[in-house]
Design a protein around this ligand. Structure first.
Ligand SMILES: CC(C)(COP(=O)(O)OP(=O)(O)OC[C@H]1O[C@@H](n2cnc3c(N)ncnc32)[C@H](O)[C@@H]1OP(=O)(O)O)[C@@H](O)C(=O)NCCC(=O)NCCS
Ligand SMILES: [Zn+2]
Length: 258
């Protein structure tokens, strides 16, 4: 099916922020543990990545112990990654982004500047997260446990898990509520407040975010929320059908993603 699509080679590797070689700065008393990840399960067994494959980490980034970073990933100025967390290969982590502990980021993920990713977030491959996106994980947070002591900064048992599935895009300044599942290839508009799970390929806007339309794998709009007939992407030719399921009416790809 690739013959009818425009090529998007090098995704995740182009447009990277300036990255510099050099040692990562670590909090006092902590070791830097950068573990180059190996090819995912099922891939060929190969020796460890060559130096040219090493992640590019800006000298001002803080990478805590227990963090794993895959080959050819670029970590920008002032990024802070708390451990344990994992970042895959060929990712771009934009400057001043904060990644908490217990965050899992797969391969080819592009994160712009000033993004806050809290504990318990999983980001699947080829996801794009634009500038200023904020994730949350507690619904009714308090600074202290009344009556009692201040709550620890580590996640409480009430902290909820969020997953952003393959290929999804989250627009600038969007707020992602606790415990949200954002479906594959969904597109969240800038400034949206996402309070409910998002179905695959949905275009979501507003506060609270609602389905405003449907978007192809390639990012092209497929029609408004009320599209009634099967859709064909004008740009890449992928076909979609209307499906009725437990989560309502959705557009589903004819041939499977991507
Ligand atoms: C949601 C989005 C995909 C819609 O794009 P679009 O289909 O071209 O929409 P239009 O600009 O034609 O706007 C259609 C309507 O939706 C409104 N609208 C557009 N984006 C909106 C948003 N994010 N939230 C609320 N309303 C929005 C417009 O005001 C317009 O309403 P109107 O007809 O009453 O004036 C786009 O606006 C967006 O948010 N993209 C993400 C941008 C981003 O964050 N990029 C990050 C990397 S630079
Ligand atoms: Zn398309």
């Amino acid at each position: 099916m690739s013959g009818r699509r425009s090529a998007r080679s090098g995704r995740g590797a182009t447009g990277s922020p300036p990255a510099e070689h050099g040692p990562a700065r670590t909090p006092a008393g902590q070791d830097t543990t950068i573990v180059l990840t190996q090819p995912s399960a099922g891939g060929p067994a190969v020796p460890g990545p060559a130096a040219a494959d090493a992640p590019h980490i800006h000298p001002t980034a803080i990478i805590e112990s227990g963090v794993t970073i895959g080959p050819q990933t670029a970590i920008g100025d002032g990024v802070h990654v708390r451990g344990p967390s994992g970042i895959g290969r060929e990712c771009i982590i934009g400057e001043k982004t904060h990644i908490a502990d217990d965050v899992r980021i797969a391969d080819g993920v592009r994160i712009n500047t000033h993004v806050h990713i809290c504990s318990g977030v999983t980001i699947e491959s080829s996801v794009m997260i634009a500038a200023g996106v904020i994730f949350t994980n507690e619904r009714y947070p308090r600074a202290a446990d009344y009556p009692g002591e201040a709550t620890p900064s580590t996640p409480t048992p009430e902290a909820l898990k969020t997953v952003v599935r393959i290929g999804a895009t989250i627009g600038a300044g969007a707020l992602i509520g606790p415990g949200i599942d954002i479906g594959p290839w969904a597109m969240i508009g800038m400034g949206a407040v996402v309070t409910r799970d998002v179905v695959p390929h949905a275009l979501m806007i507003g506060a609270p975010a609602r389905v405003a339309g449907w978007v192809c794998v390639c990012g092209t709009p497929l029609g408004g929320a009320a599209v009634a007939a099967p859709a064909l992407c004008k740009r890449c030719g992928r076909g979609y059908r209307v499906v009725y399921g437990p989560r309502g009416r959705i557009l589903s790809p004819l041939e499977g993603d991507p």
